[in-house]
Design a protein around this ligand. Structure first.
Ligand code: 4AD
Ligand code: MG
Length: 431
């Protein structure tokens, strides 16, 4: 008897199989018992009639939710089931039967309660398909760069400097000195790109940001790339290709999960089908004013402005060439207008906000030192980073993507904490 997963069941119609999993839910008419069995790959309904096997019926009728089980039976085609089949139950061995009721009920519960039980909540409902989509998005990110000959690398998490400003640093004691949790691997990737040409990584990033929005967590996995000999325009083209690739591949690989989540896959496909919109920052301010927003040149866009831009274009939008004052020290200024940087943020449709921040990097020692000084940063801890501009400096560019926001957009989940296995927020370190 082959041991199979729920996702493989439809290929075993008419066969006697073994499945290992947990009891997700149970329902009985008194004469027929329906066991929903989940194994991480899907949920299958196992069916047993009281008259078929009275002993097994009596035993299985006692199983409580989340009992771990090994079940045996015959796979039967069933067009009504979302997986196309069910299991005619012939035997069931209990591995562990909980002695108390599983706390997550299959009805609405408050977000706070669910978050406090994240370790159990993740087994239920939308959580499983969402985490499977997350896996596919991570895989697509890596595959995109691997196919293009980029080299996967790493950046340290313990760092001595800031990348994205000093106000959001987690500081810790490092043998009597200060160290910081990395906000982004960018500076290290710039060094690695000068060794390897084109590089990428996905790793943890930390922001001691007091934002309580649905798009902010204090720890997230940042997906970054850095390319020697890439200018600003090449950087944007690559980002656009990447986002289209991830969305397309996730739809291909996790179509059933997206359907289960009730996502409008065709709308997603439409959103990435055409070239993304590209808008100068100044033009974006003007457009937002026309759309009725109270914004002025020099303002950061908040959630309502980002949502409005997304609605206006119905697809991702690059906002380019921000005023120097709005952005960090490492961005290259536009030679045609040194009050602007050659940077862009990519705004997702449907109000999911900024999914990518990227820029061409400052590439001369003189400009870098003066931009560090203007930003009020000491040059000494950045000496290694300045060195990159002293030994064969080249034009180079890169970007960082908040994959959680991309996954929220693809899955339609409203708060990014739900697409992260164990999210960290200002007021949450448990579980
Ligand atoms: O725009 P950010 O701050 O850019 C950087 O960190 C650059 N050093 C990246 C680079 O050029 N290599 O962050 C990049 C992306 C944002 O666009 C956003 O999607 C996400 O990271 N992000 C967050 N996601 C969740 N929670 C937070 N607190 C986030 N802060 C940024
Ligand atoms: Mg940004």
């Amino acid at each position: 008897m082959p041991t199979i997963t729920v996702s493989e069941a439809h290929r075993h119609i008419g066969q006697r199989v073994t499945l290992k999993g947990w009891l997700y839910n149970r329902r009985s008419s008194g004469k027929i018992l329906f066991l929903q069995i989940r194994d991480g790959s899907g949920v299958i309904q196992a069916v047993l009639g009281a008259s078929d096997n009275p002993d097994l019926f009596a035993k299985a009728d006692q199983f409580s939710r989340e009992t771990s089980l090994v079940v045996h039976g015959v796979v039967k085609e069933d067009a009504r089931a979302s997986i196309g089949c069910e299991l005619l139950l012939e035997d069931a061995d209990v591995i562990h039967q909980p002695s108390v009721d599983f706390p997550i009920e299959l009805k609405e519960q408050t977000p706070g309660f669910l978050m406090d039980h994240r370790h159990l909540w993740m087994r239920t409902g939308r959580q499983v398909p969402v985490l499977r989509v997350r896996d596919a998005a991570f895989y697509a990110f890596r595959q995109f760069f691997h196919e293009r000959g980029f080299v996967a690398t790493e950046a340290p998490i313990l760092t001595g400097t800031s990348v994205e400003g000093t106000t959001t640093l987690f500081e810790l004691d490092y043998f009597g000195d200060s160290a910081y949790l990395s906000q982004s691997g960018q500076l290290y990737l710039e060094a690695t790109a000068m060794a390897l040409g084109r590089v990428y990584w996905i790793g943890p990033a930390f922001r001691a940001e007091k934002s309580k929005t649905r798009k902010h967590v204090t720890e997230f996995w940042i997906a970054e790339a850095e390319m020697a000999f890439y200018d600003h325009a090449m950087n944007l083209d690559l980002q656009e290709d990447l986002v289209r690739y991830i969305v397309t591949h996730v739809i291909e690989e996790r179509g059933p999960e997206l359907k289960e989540l009730g996502q409008d896959v065709e709308q997603l496909q439409r959103e990435v089908a055409e070239p993304f919109a590209r808008l100068d920052y100044g033009d974006a301010v003007t457009l937002l004013q026309e759309l009725g927003h109270d914004v002025s040149f020099g303002d950061d866009f908040g959630a309502p402005q980002e949502a409005s831009l997304g609605d206006h274009f119905g697809k991702p939008v690059f906002i380019e060439r921000f005023p120097v004052e709005m952005k960090p020290f490492y961005m290259k200024r536009d030679p045609a207008d040194p009050t602007r940087v050659m940077a862009a943020d990519l705004i997702a449709p449907e109000g999911y906000g900024e999914i990518i921040g990227g820029s061409q990097r400052v590439d001369t020692e003189e400009e870098l030192v003066s931009q560090l000084t203007e930003a009020g940063l000491p040059t000494e801890p950045y000496q290694w980073y300045i060195d990159l501009r002293r030994f064969g400096s080249v034009p180079h560019s890169g970007f960082g993507m908040g994959l959680a926001r991309v996954i929220a957009w693809i899955t339609g989940v409203s708060h990014i904490r739900e697409v992260i296995p164990f999210p960290r927020q200002i007021n949450r370190l448990y579980p």
